[in-house]
Design a protein around this ligand. Sequence first.
Ligand code: PLP
Length: 401
Amino acid sequence: MTLDVAAVRAAYPALADGYAYLDGAAGTQVPASVIDAISGAYRSGLGNAGGVFPASQRADAVTAQCRQAVADLTGGSPEGVILGPNMTTLTYRLAGTLARAWRPGDEVVVSRLDHDANVRPWVQAAARAGAVVRWAEVELPAGELPAGQYDSLLSERTALVAVTAASNVLGTRPAVAEITAKARAAGALSYVDGVHATPHGPTDVAALGADFYATSAYKWSGPHVGAVVASPGLLETLHPDKLEPAPGTVPERFEQGTPPFADLAGVTAAVDHLASLEPSATGTRREKILASMAAAHDHEQALFQVLLDGLGAMPGVTLYGKAPRRTATAYFTVAGTTPAEVAAHLAGRKVNAWNGHNYAWELTGVLGIRDSGSAVRAGLVHYNDRSDVDRLLAAVAELGG
Ligand SMILES: Cc1ncc(COP(=O)(O)O)c(C=O)c1O
């Protein structure tokens, strides 16, 4: 299936500003349907949750629909969808909750491929519990996270394995299912960071074997809302800190305070939008999502090849990472120009791209580039087209790339 990228782009008002939005890995634009869903929720009248009057019931319905939408996107169950402000906040919350059961000498495995949001919450929780942190290492120059190393990292003391489904700078997609299977065999839980991976292809939490799967709607055409997907049965065994009068039910007891109801309506609209990327797809919303995200994946990968070939042909450009399975995310430097200067030059040519470590703190340290401004990240999502890539390549070439 090929994506009708012109039709997809027409759905996004912000793309009309003439910029090439290659900053999707830091947050995508939103389609008009998401903007309308958010303003529509406000216009319809929203109360707080749990009341007997219609505006309150609308807020409850919006929340339930959002859980169902995230479940459809990820292959999870709505009763296991925890909603929150963003992945980092939710991960700190779950780390604090899970660590209550950790004893001195228990072990936690994190990786140097991960965004710091799936590292530091675990490292800090482990320190408080007296647990030992073990590190999965990245193999260079490919930027792979070999699954085989987990055999020696795991033990009967391992409580948790935290691993990313895709690196937010190199794009590397580790063999998550293999890693989580090893974790399970050792009696450990797995916490998979799907923030970068989710927008780039179909997601199936069961196939990934993830006990927890974290994602953020603002990376996939939605508003700034995070979610963690787990099995309701697992959540029943966990008891986060909560206010006395707040719901004790699952998943509500993992959610703190009043949620942004209108934004939750936007999350549902974003999932509906993703489901519509491949208009000829039929069946349930889940089936349409799987077909649409497969089409998005193929579209991104075809463009990515053009991007890699173009950058790869420039002698002054150094590209980081070359894992065979990776998202359409390029991370590069240009000889004689700092990443900050490259990004500023690109901005002058109407190309949005990030420079810096992008919170891939351990990874940029391993790559030896963290203290020198790291690199420039240009990532593709479903709404990027050939002209975005061509503009980036022309602008980098101007720098003598
Ligand atoms: C791979 C990855 N994990 C985690 C995060 C943190 O997500 P949030 O901003 O929702 O806290 C990001 C954000 O860029 C990310 O790219």
